[in-house]
Design a binder for this molecule. Sequence first.
Ligand SMILES: [Zn+2]
Length: 355
Amino acid sequence: MSNEVVFRYWENPLPEQIAPTVPAFLSQLDGPTILQISGRDTTRCRVVVTLLHGNEPSGLKALHQLLLSRFQPEVSILFAVISVDAALAEPLFSHRFLPGQRDMNRLFLPPFNDLQSSIAEELLERIRDARPEAVIDIHNTSGDGPAFAVCVEPHTRYVDLASLFTHRLVITGHRLGALMEVPDLGCPVLTVECGGSRQVQSDDIALHGLTRFMTQAQLYTSVAIEKMDIYHHPVRLELTQQGRMCYADKRQPSMDITVPEHIDRRNFGVVRPDTSLAWLGPQGMAKLLVLDEFGHNVTSDFFVERDGRLYPKTTLKLFMATTNPEIAVSDCLFYAVKETDHDWSETGDDNAGWS
Ligand SMILES: [Zn+2]
């Protein structure tokens, strides 16, 4: 399928061509679209990807506002808007992906043998052709919480990019098929999680961060790294196959884990060994999988069970805690990092091979 053109291209759209509302603009795009916006310097390029997940609109809203404002970026920008169909399905912006389809941000690895993965493949080809200075992939989290950025290896360039949006940067070794994991794009690829899709501040973070990304003459200025909160070695808390979970404000006896309804309020807050995180069923932690970056089950390094409840074994920070049971079951309940893995000392700039 590699020669099939799946994207629609739109070069330098004028403000008067842009529909006045975000839903109307989305209908106007009508499918995966790459918008090309010429910069003052057309010899350089940066790429923005958004709406890989149809229920995460902050990046699209920012694009819409920027297009209406007739702004001119410093360098040329390719803006790829991906899961337009999923976003358009009623109710608007409620589908991460369409029923029967797969999570777009798990498809950036071969084989590229269906329509969805051919979208991923063509996006990668367009990025390679453009030889950008950086790629930013804008998301919202499925629970509420503050913004953070994610990258796949320690390098000061990621710190510079992240600082345009947030002071929190997670360096993950998990490999799930996400865009940021693609190793040979020739530049850093940073995921930005702007916060929950219903939080007004998420839209502000996307707009202001993208404005900085598009208008700064130089991206890699080596910001003071000590101003950033950098987290290493996150683990994923998953439910085992056939495990049953729900959200409630008290223990549900038929469940293997009952998660408090507002678990997302813990995102990036400190949780100490005396913080009860959830209620466990009769099989306790045996129904949970805590996976490190190598796929090892490290449950007992991170959590303990006491009186039928789940507690951190050591001081942790949680992030990506979702309140959506479908995502909790199909992906994970949350990520966690140890506070002892919260520093910048491992961030170097000698191992990436970018020119
Ligand atoms: Zn997402």
